[in-house]
Design a binder for this molecule. Structure first.
Ligand SMILES: *[C@@H]1O[C@H](CO)[C@@H](O)[C@H](O)[C@H]1NC(C)=O
Ligand SMILES: *[C@@H]1O[C@H](CO)[C@@H](O)[C@H](O)[C@H]1NC(C)=O
Ligand SMILES: *[C@@H]1O[C@H](CO)[C@@H](O)[C@H](O)[C@H]1NC(C)=O
Ligand SMILES: *[C@@H]1O[C@H](CO)[C@@H](O)[C@H](O)[C@H]1NC(C)=O
Ligand SMILES: *[C@@H]1O[C@H](CO)[C@@H](O)[C@H](O)[C@H]1NC(C)=O
Ligand SMILES: *[C@@H]1O[C@H](CO)[C@@H](O)[C@H](O)[C@H]1NC(C)=O
Length: 314
């Protein structure tokens, strides 16, 4: 009897080890330096509920993985990893590739320690209360997606963002940024979505933005820019959504807007300065939402607007 107890114990122990092995084989652990980085990131951002008793990459624990749901579309609490098999196929290694922490009342700063997650591709910190500005260390990241939509970041838009050439989405809508749009943003030649609305930006739009030939969406509403809407549209051949409402910019609407035949949503409003003829929109056959309010337009509305068969809002 005395020998039975330890042997049961050993059987249990071996079973447990096998399970742990299986677990590790299934997803693999997060490297120690990335776990350590997450601890620091949590402190810097004011994120207090990550459960470090479980491995961030190999868990379904809700403190690490609560995706968006239909019920809470503005909330998300997810850390996503990419896991790869080692060359000898005996184990896997994981790296953190996405931090999606939306609508969590985080009240810290954009975390400098994020640079210690070198595989990171997406940062979505929308709808929090982050203050301060984007740390200069982030210039070295290889991000594809960066959103601070609805926070309290302030200061000028950092020009080093122009170094993150991998970026496809940059959204800093609804913060307290002021000053000019740095011309360096024109270096983000892979950018598909640029959203700068609802800040306190000033100055003229830099001509360098013409280099953003892959833009799909451009929104700069509710700012305090000066000067005319520049003739920067010609090269944005694939753009679908363009929004310049109450931006501070002056008319007229550059006639070159006519070439943007892929537009499905065009909103321009509250233009001061010179009046414009109703722009030629006849090639924009996929238009769904068209708004040209308070733009000091004159002349007749082209009859062929009626050929926009997808139009829902005029
Ligand atoms: C953290 O995870 C461990 C393991 O699943 C669990 O036992 C513990 O209760 C969790 N802690 C919190 C605060 O949820
Ligand atoms: C915007 O900037 C102007 C001057 O540049 C300043 O007077 C104003 O208070 C700022 N507005 C906000 C909401 O920060
Ligand atoms: C825009 O700028 C002007 C002049 O710099 C300033 O008087 C005005 O308060 C600003 N508007 C906002 C909304 O910040
Ligand atoms: C509109 O978009 C399509 C792809 O969706 C593209 O093939 C086409 O060239 C675009 N139009 C223009 C004028 O570039
Ligand atoms: C519409 O497209 C055609 C063919 O590409 C072009 O010749 C014409 O100038 C365009 N119309 C406008 C108003 O841009
Ligand atoms: C649409 O109307 C404008 C102005 O009347 C005209 O210049 C243009 O050629 C028309 N486009 C088409 C496709 O009918």
């Amino acid at each position: 009897m005395a020998r039975l107890v330890p042997s049961i114990f050993f059987v249990q122990l071996i079973f447990l080890l096998l399970c742990m092995e299986a677990q590790a084989g299934r997803l693999g652990p997060t490297p120690d330096d990335e776990v350590e980085a997450l601890r620091k990131i949590g402190k810097e951002m004011g994120k207090k509920d990550w459960n470090f008793s479980v491995d961030p990459c190999s868990t379904d624990d809700p403190s690490w993985k609560t995706p968006k749901s239909a019920l809470w579309p503005t909330y998300q609490n997810s850390v996503f990893c990419n896991c790869l098999k080692h060359a000898d196929k005996s184990s896997r290694v994981c790296h953190v590739v996405q931090l999606c922490l939306e609508g969590q009342d985080l009240d810290g700063v954009p975390p400098p320690s994020i640079v210690k997650l070198p595989y990171l591709q997406k940062i979505d910190l929308s709808r929090n209360y982050l203050t301060g500005t984007i740390p200069s260390q982030w210039a070295s990241l290889k991000l594809i997606y960066l959103s601070f939509n609805v926070n309290k970041l302030s200061g000028p838009i950092p020009s080093f963002l122009g170094n993150i050439a991998t970026l496809k989405t940059l959204n800093i809508e609804n913060n307290l940024f002021f000053g000019i749009i740095p011309p360096q943003l024109g270096d983000l030649v892979n950018l598909e979505c640029l959203i700068l609305s609802s800040n306190n930006l000033t100055g003229e739009l830099p001509f360098s933005l013409t280099k953003l030939t892959r833009l799909d969406e451009f929104r700069i509403s509710r700012n305090n820019f000066t000067g005319r809407i520049p003739d920067i549209f010609r090269s944005w051949k694939v753009i679908r959504k363009l929004e310049i409402e109450a931006s501070g910019l002056e008319g007229p609407i550059p006639p070159s807007i006519s070439v943007l035949s892929n537009l499905t949503e065009l909103r321009i409003s509250d233009l001061f300065g010179e009046s414009s003829k109703f722009p030629l929109l006849s090639n924009m056959t996929g238009m769904k939402k068209l708004m040209l309010r308070s733009c000091n337009l004159f002349g007749t509305i082209p009859a062929n607007i009626s050929e926009m068969e997808a139009l829902k809002t005029l």
